[in-house]
Design a protein around this ligand. Structure first.
Ligand code: SAM
Ligand code: DTB
Ligand code: SF4
Length: 319
């Protein structure tokens, strides 16, 4: 790997990232920690809370997702929540220490009248003194402009896996569709939150392909969620082999090294992770979590568990 990549972080080839993932673990961790400490306080973690504002019945066929209409998960489809109910959840999240409130909707893309309601939610959450993030599916240019006007800070839109593996997991949209929405979000001046899922049966080269694609975006995402698949009964990926814990930490470390200034979020999958694995992820450069007993439809590590873990590790929420 040429040193110029380390010094300037211009571009990362898939081979560069694959070489990182294959480093002896102590070497990989040393590099990740060095990059982390140059850019962040290693004892501070950014806290986000998630809320599903529109659950289930999604027309897309993402193989991992319990909210796809075609998945047989018993997830009840609901309408978009009322603005006041969302604000009540945001107040509760703030009391539990969240700095950012992320609202997710099970849509392929938002309808314009729904977007107006979401814009009201964004303005309301922002007025509580929280940062705002939404994930609503694909967006057009006028839609990104509306969200920006409402005061949106971050848009979450994941690439999920490598370009090659994508078609094995999702057939109702393309990788290019995702890249187009990410470009629209970036052009509107909204911060980008974009990452992926591991543990979907992908190989090392797919993991390297995902990380390289993220790191090579015209500007790297400000926030990179790394999800370990939550395998839900009734989804096509229900029986996927879980990712090995050390391999997961390697993905976090390579993400940190290739995107030095981004927040790397230890996202879905923490409920099934040991404290020791989570601690290794923080050592590898993860510096953000979803805090709250629920993710969108599945369980998260509990608020109480997180408090005990943070106390044990001497990690503090970023203020
Ligand atoms: N419908 C919108 C979309 O897909 O862009 C927004 C909501 S969608 C649930 C947001 C993200 O959640 C997906 O891109 C995926 O990365 C993640 N996700 C969904 N189901 C998951 C699961 N079972 N395990 C881990 N991550 C999951
Ligand atoms: C992200 O990368 N992970 C979050 C958030 N962005 C929207 C979603 C995780 C969902 C896990 C499955 C569920 O709870 O339905
Ligand atoms: Fe729909 Fe998003 Fe789930 Fe895909 S990940 S099925 S687009 S809610």
């Amino acid at each position: 790997m040429p040193d110029s990549h380390i010094v300037t972080n211009l571009r990362w080839s898939r081979a560069d990232v694959a070489a990182l993932l294959a480093l002896p673990f102590p070497e990989l961790m040393y590099r990740a920690q060095s990059v982390h400490r140059e850019n962040f306080d290693p004892a501070r973690v950014q806290i986000s809370t998630l809320l599903s504002i529109k659950t289930g019945g999604c027309p897309e066929d993402c193989g991992y997702c319990p909210q796809a209409a075609g998945a047989d998960t018993g997830t009840k489809a609901s309408k978009l929540m009322a603005v006041e109910a969302v604000l009540a959840e945001a107040r509760a999240a703030k009391e539990k220490g969240a700095a950012r409130f992320c609202m997710g909707a099970a849509w392929r893309s938002p309808k314009d009248h729904d977007l107006d309601n979401v814009c009201e939610m964004i303005a309301g959450v922002k007025s509580l003194g929280l940062e705002t993030c939404v994930t609503l599916g694909m967006l057009t240019v006028p839609q990104t402009a509306k969200l920006k006007d409402a005061g949106l800070d971050y848009y979450n839109h994941n690439l999920d896996t490598s370009p090659e593996y994508y078609g094995k997991v999702i057939s109702t949209r393309t990788y290019q569709d995702r890249l187009d929405t990410l470009a629209n979000v970036r052009d509107a001046g909204i911060n980008v939150c974009c990452g992926g899922i591991v543990g979907m049966g992908e190989d090392e080269s797919d993991r390297a392909g995902l990380i390289a694609t993220l790191a090579n975006l015209p500007e790297p995402p400000e926030s990179v969620p790394i999800n370990a698949l939550v395998a839900v009964e009734g989804t096509p990926l229900a029986n996927a082999e879980p990712i090995d814990a050390i391999d997961f930490v390697r993905v976090v470390a390579a993400t940190r090294i290739t995107m030095p200034k981004s927040y790397v979020r230890l996202s879905a999958g923490r409920e099934a992770m040991s404290d020791e694995t989570q601690a290794l992820c923080f050592l590898a450069g993860a510096n953000s979590i979803f805090h709250g007993d629920k993710l969108l439809t599945t369980k998260n590590a509990t608020v109480n568990h997180d408090e005990v873990l943070f106390a044990k590790l001497g990690i503090k929420p970023e203020s």
